[in-house]
Write a protein that binds this ligand. Structure first.
Ligand SMILES: Nc1ncnc2c1ncn2[C@@H]1O[C@H](COP(=O)(O)OP(=O)(O)OP(=O)(O)O)[C@@H](O)[C@H]1O
Ligand SMILES: [Mg+2]
Length: 224
């Protein structure tokens, strides 16, 4: 990353786009200290994030990855990750809120259903819903998300979109956009190329510039 100068206001929804290898995932990994910056600083309400305890930072900045990491354990454990602050009631509430309960409830053991390593006994859409539920259960003030590219069928796609909307509601969010709706609803779109911000603005104004954004839009989002 080079010369990144980004100020995100509370409640703002920022979408990040750019060609493969541009640094989109790296940018959001810097925000929850998956990566540490070699230069420069990242402030959260004026506090440098390296001065926060990692556990506190990760509760403030929830991260939804492209692929949800699921382990051999119950669905409830996979949502709470063993965090004592995330009670059974909170797990249930979060699963209801994201709509994950719709597939969990009919299972004979419900939330206590054991998952196989990597959640291979679930569909791709169900794994994504659990990933979203896991983050919602922490109720982070800030959300960073690498939208999944893996195609799921249209009904699950709609469920996931609704779950994501609930997660984004009233939160500050930085989302690596793969969906058309994400760029259309963003307050601001950041265009990354080779580790630099090369353009930013809303969809219509970026499109008018007929630059990298317009090309990416034609390739990745139009009709998709
Ligand atoms: N931990 C790392 N160490 C060294 N280089 C890395 C590391 N992570 C990513 N990179 C490199 O940084 C560049 C940006 O990678 P990044 O994963 O952020 O791209 P991206 O924009 O998310 O791409 P994609 O659209 O394919 O997901 C790439 O050249 C990648 O090889
Ligand atoms: Mg990436």
């Amino acid at each position: 990353m080079h010369n990144i100068d980004l100020h995100i206001r509370p409640g703002e929804r920022v979408a990040v786009v750019g060609p493969t290898g541009a640094g989109k995932s790296s940018l959001i990994k810097l925000l929850n200290r998956t990566y540490e910056p070699q230069q420069g600083r990242i402030l959260l309400d004026g506090v440098a994030i390296q001065h926060l305890a990692l556990a506190d930072l990760r509760r403030l900045v929830g991260m939804v990855q492209q692929e949800t990491f699921l382990f051999a354990g119950t669905i409830a454990d996979n949502i709470s990750l063993g965090d004592p602050l995330i009670t059974r009631a909170r797990v249930q509430e979060a699963a209801r809120e994201t709509g994950a309960m719709a597939f969990i409830n009919p299972l004979p053991q419900g939330l206590d259903t054991p998952l196989m390593e990597r959640g291979t006994n679930l569909s791709a859409g169900q794994r994504q819903l659990l990933g979203i539920t896991r983050v919602l259960a922490c109720s982070p003030r800030i959300l960073v998300m690498d939208e999944a590219t893996s195609s799921v069928d249209t009904p699950s796609e709609r469920l996931i979109q609704e779950a994501v909307e609930r997660l984004l509601d009233r939160r500050t969010a930085v989302v690596i956009a793969h969906r058309l709706s994400t760029i259309l609803h963003a307050d601001r779109i950041i265009v990354l190329s080779a580790g630099r911000i090369v353009a930013e603005g809303r969809h219509a104004e970026l499109l008018r510039q007929e630059g990298l954004y317009a090309r990416l839009y034609a390739l990745q989002f139009q009709g998709g």
